[in-house]
Design a protein around this ligand. Structure first.
Ligand code: CUA
Length: 331
């Protein structure tokens, strides 16, 4: 129970943040790929139920029919009964399996590529345990949050920096692995604006369960505004406390792992922080992005995400508050 509760709490908090009513369901699709998967699932369920009912009917017929008084086991089985076994036991099941196989191949074709070629390519790089998200056409990167324009397909290039991960946003598409040294080509399309929860679906180490992301599908103009905002380098804050926070940040070890565009921080081991304050979650969906959680994450990340590669920081109260004030300006 102690193992489960933080995971559930994380899930619920993410749901709250992303305004989804419950955990995402593969049978509540919000895009064409997920819809074809859900349709196949319903079809298989219906076929499976029909076969089950037919088999049970045969079984009960055999169990409860009246035994014939004149039954003589030495007489040969009538030809008509042999034909029942051949049809119901071999030919019909083979036809059903062939039909299901054909349906599955059709869905695989739909999943392989979208109907129209995607106009936008997003690179997603899996790390233990977070998602690096790059927009090469716009020359910026973010983390654990993928924004896409609603109603059109986007191409996703999946690669891993370390071990095998798996990219899965259940309401939008199936799963695809991220392999080290190999680029896998994927696509996403959401037909309804919204924030869709995604997660790593391949066990990848101690914090596999806290390797989540959000796909934010928004109307084209909102997406364009988001892109413009993400492309902007960080500004020197006007507030004196935040200015002191910037000095603390640039004098700390943070800059060896994190980038803030427009400053001397150019590390690339951890997530790009240029627009940290605009994101919904911290540590790949582990906690909501607010000042309290960010303070806790900076001072004791192992408490929130044991095994995370983020080291603790021993900042004093006033310095920590100044740093938090600075990070809050990174919108
Ligand atoms: Cu990455 Cu599981």
């Amino acid at each position: 129970m102690q193992q489960v509760t933080p995971r559930l709490a994380g899930l619920l908090s993410l749901c709250y943040l992303t305004s989804c009513a419950a955990a995402p369901s593969v049978i509540a699709p919000r895009g064409p790929a997920a819809e074809s998967i859900a349709n196949l699932w319903w079809t298989l369920l219906a076929v499976g139920m029909a076969v089950y009912v037919a088999v049970m009917a045969f079984l009960f017929y055999a169990l409860f029919r009246r035994r014939r008084a004149d039954l003589d086991l030495r007489t040969p089985v009538p030809r008509s009964r042999v034909q029942v076994v051949v049809w119901a036991g071999i030919i019909v099941p083979a036809l059903i399996l062939l039909g299901v196989h054909g349906l599955t191949l059709g869905v695989l074709r739909i999943l392989a590529e979208p109907e129209t070629p995607p106009a936008l390519t997003i690179q997603v790089i899996g790390h233990q345990w977070w998602w690096e998200v790059r927009y090469p056409e716009y020359n910026f990167e973010t983390a654990n949050e993928i924004h896409i324009p609603v109603g059109q397909p986007v191409a996703i290039e999946l690669v891993s920096d370390d071990v095998i991960h798996s990219f899965w946003a259940p309401e939008l598409h199936g799963k695809l692995d991220l392999n080290p040294g190999l680029t896998n080509h994927f696509w996403l399309q959401a037909d309804v604006p919204g924030a869709y929860w995604g997660e790593c679906a391949e066990f990848c180490g101690v914090q596999h369960a806290k390797m989540q992301f959000v796909v934010v599908a928004e109307p084209v103009d909102e997406f364009a505004a988001w892109v413009e905002q993400q492309r902007r380098p960080a500004q020197v804050p006007a507030d004196p406390q935040a200015q002191r926070g910037l000095e603390i940040f640039l004098g700390s070890e943070c800059i060896y792992c994190h980038t803030v565009a427009g400053t001397g921080a150019t590390g690339n081991l951890g997530p790009d922080l240029t627009h940290l304050a605009s994101r919904r979650t911290l540590a790949a969906g582990a906690v909501a992005n607010n000042r309290g959680n960010l303070g806790g994450w900076i001072t004791d990340p192992q408490h929130i995400k044991p095994g995370s590669l983020m080291p603790p920081t021993d900042l004093t109260g006033a310095d920590l508050q100044a740093l938090l004030a600075y990070l809050a300006t990174l919108e």
